[in-house]
Design a protein. Structure first.
Length: 168
């Protein structure tokens, strides 16, 4: 049976905000074929195409969740969103900026905008740390901290300090 995701989930006001602050990827969703005739994937995007599609759909249709675990991810080096792939992080930032820019209906609060961008730069910093590019990791985490100073600030400060110490 299907249950509707509550509007207050994850401190969001609506489905658009919920999608921006949570990873809801294509394998995790089911979309009616008539909706996909109206809204289609942007063929120019290879990263964030699901985020782009969903944010356009939820402006017209409501989001419903099942509350069940229905998929298993297999993480491998060929995935487009693998942690070794820099493009997945930089293009994700681009998608978020585009979505925020085209938000003419003001569906996305300033707090959620900052949260989504801050998380995206935080994840970029995680990529750089994973790749042992500590200066770039610190820079991306610092940018995340500047975008939203009070959000996850202890984690951000810890990573900046630990990667800064490793560069010496």
């Amino acid at each position: 049976h299907l249950i509707e995701i509550p509007a207050h989930a994850m401190s969001t006001r609506n489905s658009m905000e919920l999608i921006l602050v949570n990873c809801i990827s294509t394998p995790r969703i089911c979309i009616h074929s008539e909706i996909l005739l109206e809204f289609q994937f942007n063929k120019e995007y290879t990263i964030g195409e699901d985020l782009d599609l969903l944010t356009r759909i939820v402006q017209k249709y409501r989001l419903i969740g099942t509350g069940m675990y229905t998929i298993v991810y297999v993480n491998h080096s060929e995935r487009s969103v693998h942690i070794n792939n820099l493009n997945c992080f930089t293009e994700h930032i681009d998608r978020i900026r585009e979505i925020i820019h085209r938000d003419n209906n003001s569906m996305i609060s300033k707090k959620i905008q900052k949260t989504a961008l801050s998380n995206a730069y935080f994840n970029l910093g995680g990529h750089y740390a994973h790749m042992h590019q500590n200066l770039k990791a610190s820079s991306a985490i610092l940018r995340s901290l500047l975008i939203f100073p009070t959000y996850r600030w202890k984690e951000k400060l810890y990573i900046i300090l630990s990667t800064s110490l490793l560069t010496k």
